[in-house]
Design a protein around this ligand. Structure first.
Ligand SMILES: [Zn+2]
Length: 194
């Protein structure tokens, strides 16, 4: 199936990037996500909260390695009856956990701003290839400027969090940005292990 962009895709990816910028101020990783229904209405906004407190009243995950932006959304919403008609936007290619959860929830469409050449699972989450899941349309990096923005946002965290081999993958995928992070010694937003 040929990926097809919708008129509201760009604005929601920008919103995911905006949410990603909120997390470092609170000690978490710069990743954001938005879930949108078939007509472009926002159902939930999420962001990485790995180094923040749990907020069960507000259904926000926290203080855990799995408190990723996408999981933040799934926990806020619980069951999503029209998940197949919904689109998940993320600032960074989802990890295997979040991509797997998207398959369990039944999300019909996933877009991300930039690849995560080490931790991303995008190449695995076209769930139409899995017999137990319904179809998922996957669209990677549809806007060149937002891809650059997303990669610049997460690259310092990638250098901090990933082993040497992982950072090497970033150098191969986003060489200019990775060189910039190394040369300018751009700090990651947090010190703890993710
Ligand atoms: Zn994840």
């Amino acid at each position: 199936m040929t990926p097809s962009l919708r008129p509201f895709d760009r604005q929601h990816l920008q919103e995911a990037l905006r949410l990603a910028r909120e997390s470092p101020r609170l000690g978490s990783s710069p990743v954001g996500a938005v879930l949108v229904d078939a007509v472009g209405e926002v159902r939930a906004r999420g962001r990485n909260r790995v180094n923040e407190a749990w907020d069960l009243g507000g259904r926000h995950l926290g203080d855990a390695s799995f408190a990723h932006a996408e999981m933040d959304i799934y926990f806020q919403l619980g069951r999503i009856p029209d998940a197949q008609d919904c689109t998940l936007y993320t600032s960074l290619e989802p990890c295997l956990m979040c991509g797997g959860a998207a398959g369990m929830v039944g999300i019909g469409r996933i877009l991300w701003a930039c690849d995560d050449p080490w931790g991303g699972s995008g190449r695995l989450i076209a769930w139409n290839e899995h017999q137990a899941f319904r179809h998922t349309e996957v669209i990677a990096c549809p806007f060149a400027d937002l891809e650059q923005e997303g990669a610049r946002l997460f690259a310092p965290e990638a250098r901090r969090a990933y082993p040497e081999e992982g950072w090497q993958k970033w150098h191969e995928r986003y060489p200019e940005i990775a060189r910039w992070v190394d040369e300018a010694d751009v700090p990651a937003p947090q010190e703890d292990e993710e």
